[in-house]
Design a binder for this molecule. Structure first.
Ligand code: KIV
Length: 315
């Protein structure tokens, strides 16, 4: 089916264009990606922003939280995504430990994403100390996306993976954090797992685009984790995830059918999926050139002829 919202052109989306989308109330579409194929798919579908999230630790690296993701792993994944996604803004997630220690550390790692992996921007979680980190990175000319609400890198301190800002006092703190991140120069802000009324309030209150995940429909944009959206991650499914495909079962089925074909001798097909020795008497010459070759190739496929060698002593 031809996508109805295909990207109109192939030039990189700019930050002013993103800001304009908020002003014109055109929903911003963001999705995570961790490799070149998913970056390419997101680009082809017309997605605006691709996030190389540290959710990769769970979706592709097999950890049970985002905390173990390292800079080196995130750099490899970001490089792959930027090879595949050209028009969307590619935002690299600063992993836990890469920005907590100092502004200098945060800036050094943000620069690595831009120089070594061609990221367009970086994202960091939290407010508090993250405010001066964001300021330092922005001052160096690297766009920063903020992230408040449920910030998975500090899920333990927040009392687990649950909605944040559900009391007036906690909501007030999140509003202050959002305003402070805007002041620090962030170009956009992820709101994760907050009540939709609070997300709507923050979206009205700040001038930079809000991107929601579990934050209701009033945000300026939405983000979903690629593996959740296409049904590849079969861990738990949060309430806010909508599955648009069930790729895990499609892929499981493909592997099972391949396995069966190999076991039953149906793959590869000799005529259509195999290479053949050149014409003339090439095959006869091949056999003549081997120790065992009496010059006569066996009737069946070459593979069946191989055991003609003497068994080794160890066998
Ligand atoms: O790491 C990630 O995928 C994220 C999104 C959920 C916003 O931070």
């Amino acid at each position: 089916m031809t996508p109805r919202y295909a990207a109109p052109d192939r030039t990189k989306l700019t930050l002013p264009e993103l800001a304009e989308m908020k002003r014109e109330r055109r929903p911003i579409v963001m999705v995570t990606a961790y490799d070149a194929p998913s970056g390419r798919l997101a680009d082809a579908a017309g997605v605006d922003v691709v996030l190389v999230g540290d959710s990769a630790a769970m979706t592709v690296l097999g950890h049970d939280s985002t905390v173990p993701a390292t800079m080196e792993e995130m750099l490899v994944l970001t490089r792959a995504v930027t090879r595949g996604a050209h028009r969307p803004l590619v935002v690299a997630d600063l992993p836990f430990g890469s920005f907590q220690i100092s502004d200098e550390d945060a800036l050094r790692n943000a620069i690595r994403f831009v120089k070594e992996a061609q990221a367009d921007a970086v994202k960091l979680e939290g407010a508090g100390a993250s405010l001066s980190r964001a300021r330092a990175i922005v001052e160096a000319g690297i766009p920063v996306m903020g992230h408040v609400g449920l910030t998975p890198q500090s899920a333990t301190a927040l009392g687990g993976f649950k909605a944040q800002g559900r009391t007036a006092e906690k909501a007030r703190r999140l509003v202050d954090d959002a305003l402070a991140l805007e002041q620090a120069g962030c170009f956009s802000l992820v709101l994760e797992c907050v009540p939709h009324e609070l997300a709507a309030f923050i979206t009205e209150k700040i001038s930079i685009p809000t991107i929601g995940i579990g934050a209701g429909p009033a945000c300026d944009g939405q983000v979903l984790v690629f593996h959740d959206m296409v049904g590849l991650f079969d861990g738990f499914k949060p309430k806010f995830v909508r599955r648009y495909a069930d790729l895990a079962s499609t892929m499981r089925d493909a592997v099972a059918r391949y396995l069966e074909d190999v076991r039953e001798g149906r793959f590869p097909d000799l005529a259509t999926e195999s290479f053949h020795v050149g014409g003339g008497d090439e095959l006869r010459r091949l056999y003549a050139a081997t120790e065992s070759g009496a010059g006569d190739p066996p009737a069946g496929p070459a593979r069946e002829a191989e055991p003609s060698a003497e068994p080794k002593e160890s066998e």
